[in-house]
Write a protein that binds this ligand. Structure first.
Ligand code: FPP
Length: 246
């Protein structure tokens, strides 16, 4: 039976987040420049976004560029930014046709003006779409997001807009970049690395983690179905006992 047929479509993860890793190693293995790995990675992005829309996953969040990635050689960063602009220009039509909303998280204003302008344009044009919310994490750091959140809430406390005893999970949630997104259900990382790398630390509190050796440019819809099947065979207890959740 095909993997798609084995999926329980009424128990899909509502929010999938992916750490897309291994573009460089994929290129190296093939004797290509790293940048061609990123181009291969962009093709995978397209396939995975399309399939998530088809099977009705509602939220997909992709770690496209971390704040730490600014430390890469300037040429690689420049080419990644160019790839981002050209992908956005090329895919706007597909996003509209498939009713996909693009949103961003991260310090978008730290990106080159051309990139942030293109992003803002696509975000604005797709803001009323509702089939799938595609979130790109760009110049993103989870710790930075938490610091920003703490500063904003502290300021509100100082100005008597919130009292400290009323600070709860929903107050924190409402100050994060992800304020309009639900918690992550399934976090996937490709390329064999088993770490979180400063991605959505608060939001993955109850997520199921799935690591695969497959390098991101080789990751395809069958790999995604495998990850979802694996997720569906786990028991999510949220701190309760097995008997309680049955
Ligand atoms: C990790 O591989 C990948 C990145 C840092 C960039 C991700 C970018 C893309 C998939 C391309 C464009 C994205 C969009 C949204 C169109 P790596 O370079 O860290 O690989 P390595 O660990 O093997 O060196």
């Amino acid at each position: 039976m095909s993997l798609l047929k084995q999926l329980n479509l009424s128990n899909l993860p509502n929010h999938i987040a992916i750490i897309m890793d291994g573009n460089g190693r994929w290129a190296k293995k093939k004797g290509l420049l790293r940048n061609l790995g990123h181009q291969g990675g962009a093709k995978t992005v397209r396939e995975i976004v399309e399939v998530c829309a088809e099977i009705n996953v509602k939220y997909l969040t992709l770690y496209a560029f971390s704040t730490e990635n600014w430390n890469r050689p300037k040429l690689e960063v420049d080419l990644l930014m160019k790839l981002l602009i050209s992908s956005l220009k090329k895919e706007l039509k597909t996003l509209q046709k498939n009713n996909i909303k693009l949103v961003t998280i991260g310090n978008i204003d730290s990106l080159p003006t051309k990139v942030s302008a293109e992003l803002k344009d696509v975000v604005e044009k797709t803001k009323n779409n509702s089939r799938l919310t595609l979130t790109l994490a760009l110049s993103y750091s989870s710790r930075e997001e938490l610091i920003k959140t703490i500063k904003e809430i502290s300021l509100k406390v100082k100005n008597n807009l919130i009292s400290p005893e009323n600070i709860d999970e929903s107050v924190i949630n409402n100050h994060l970049y992800t304020r309009n997104l639900p918690d992550v259900d399934l976090l996937i990382r490709t390329s064999g690395e088993q770490r979180i790398s400063n991605f959505l630390l608060w939001q993955i509190a109850y997520a199921e983690l799935y690591f695969t050796e497959t390098l991101w440019p080789d990751f395809n819809k069958e790999n995604l179905f495998k990850a979802i099947l694996n997720y569906q065979n786990r028991e999510r207890r949220f701190g309760k006992t097995s008997e309680q959740v049955k």
